[in-house]
Design a protein around this ligand. Structure first.
Ligand SMILES: *Cc1c(COP(=O)(O)O)cnc(C)c1O
Length: 395
């Protein structure tokens, strides 16, 4: 039997690992097993690998190595930043500002704090997914201790004005956290230049391994620990470090930040080709997110009256991996909170597919997908409850 081709357009969910990352990890697995906290040679060897990775991450974002803390991933980093900064500044105030389109690890951390008596303002976005800056200005009060706004949105690719928001936070003596998981490697980020107090990174969104991340914490920032225990990570995050994964993250961030322009050039051309193919073959579609202020690797498209869940399942049968713009809750096709915040109708939100590309995506991948997608969208529309409900015959 012929092996089915797999075409992967879901790089915002996770990226494949780069070969160089893999190689450095295998070396680390094969040669270094010591605990980096041990004082004998095997431990020191592991400690050296940690130090090197820390330097690589620091260099990639313009921080000091002592400001880099390894975690279990982007979710932990966001939990730590939000809960840790809020609680450490509880004497100053109990108000947090975030946006309506953050990743669940940010939104749910805020909800957890609300249950503990914190007040949270969820800033709305415009129809292109840009956070309303003027609403942040209005929301800041004497009790505000933290503003958390993502650098770029993972569903529609819109890049947020974090420089202006960081300045605003600073002027008001409020800490500024940003979830940069989707932005690292896509845009140049220098934490000192922008004025970021804490920033989250994840390994598996930048061609690195899963289950490892970073929280950058500006020197002097008031933040509580999230994981209590031993004295690892300068006594800020307990637990024996996952050395090979950290080595992989270090290599991954070095690779992506050294090749931002080259990768963006590739992604821009892939995206352009993709949009041309899809818009030629399929009608009644709309593109979500900001036209220019955006990640090049993301194309979120609403296919009128073609339920995203059905399209995704049918594409899977052809070996094509995409995801819906929606969080799939217990088998229900729940509309995406991001698309709803952008003012989409429910039926358009649930008829949305997110295609996310990588440095490995080729035009052949898109050619393979385009005609199959056309047929599938046509088929789904022919049986679509939305179409019948809205009395639309021609699509
Ligand atoms: C994937 C993602 C996260 C979570 O990172 P994990 O390492 O999977 O926990 C957080 N924020 C954004 C924007 C993401 O895309």
């Amino acid at each position: 039997m012929e092996k089915q081709r797999v075409v992967y357009f879901d790089n915002a969910s996770t990226t494949p690992m780069s070969n160089e990352v893999y190689r450095e990890m295998i070396d680390a697995y094969g040669s270094v097993y010591g605990n980096p906290s041990s004082i004998y040679k095997a431990g020191r060897d592991a400690g050296e690998l940690l130090a090197k990775a820390r330097e690589r991450v620091a260099k990639a974002i313009g921080a000091k190595p002592s400001e880099i803390f390894f975690t279990s991933g982007g979710s932990e980093s966001n939990n730590w930043a939000i809960k840790g900064i809020a609680k450490a500044n509880r004497d100053k105030g109990n108000h947090i500002i975030t946006s309506a389109i953050e990743h669940p690890s940010v939104l749910e951390s805020c909800r957890a704090l609300e249950r503990e008596g914190f007040k949270v303002t969820y800033i709305p976005v415009d129809e292109m997914g840009v956070i309303k800056y003027s609403e942040i200005v209005k929301a800041i009060g004497p009790d505000t201790v933290l503003i958390s706004i993502m650098t770029a949105n993972n569903e529609v690719g819109t890049i947020q004005p974090i420089r202006a928001i960081a300045e605003l936070a600073k002027a008001n003596e409020v800490a500024f956290h940003t979830d940069a998981v989707g932005a690292i490697g896509a845009i140049d980020i220098n934490v000192k230049e922008i004025g970021i107090d804490s920033l989250s990174i994840s390994g598996h969104k930048i061609y690195g391994p899963k289950g490892v991340g970073v929280l950058y914490v500006r020197e002097g920032l008031k933040i509580q620990k999230l994981i209590d225990g031993g004295h690892q990570e300068n006594d800020m995050r307990a637990g024996t470090e996952n050395v090979p994964a950290i080595v992989g993250l270090g290599k991954a961030i070095e690779e992506v930040t050294e090749n931002i322009e080259e990768n963006n050039k590739h992604l821009r051309s892939i995206r352009k080709y993709f949009l041309k193919q899809v818009s030629t073959l399929i009608h009644n579609i709309s593109l979500n997110g900001h036209p220019t202020q955006r990640l090049q690797g993301n194309a979120s498209i609403s296919f009128e009256a073609a339920e995203g869940e059905a399209v995704t399942v049918m594409l899977d049968r052809e070996g094509i991996c995409v995801s819906t713009g929606s969080a799939c809750a217990t088998g229900l096709n729940a509309p995406s909170h991001v698309l709803m915040a952008m003012g989409k109708e429910v039926e358009d939100a649930i008829s949305t597919i997110r295609f996310t590309f990588s440095k490995y995506t080729t035009k052949e991948d898109i050619d393979y997908m385009a005609e199959r997608l056309r047929k599938i969208v046509k088929k789904v529309r022919s049986i679509s409850a939305i179409r019948i409900y809205k009395n639309k015959v021609e699509l």
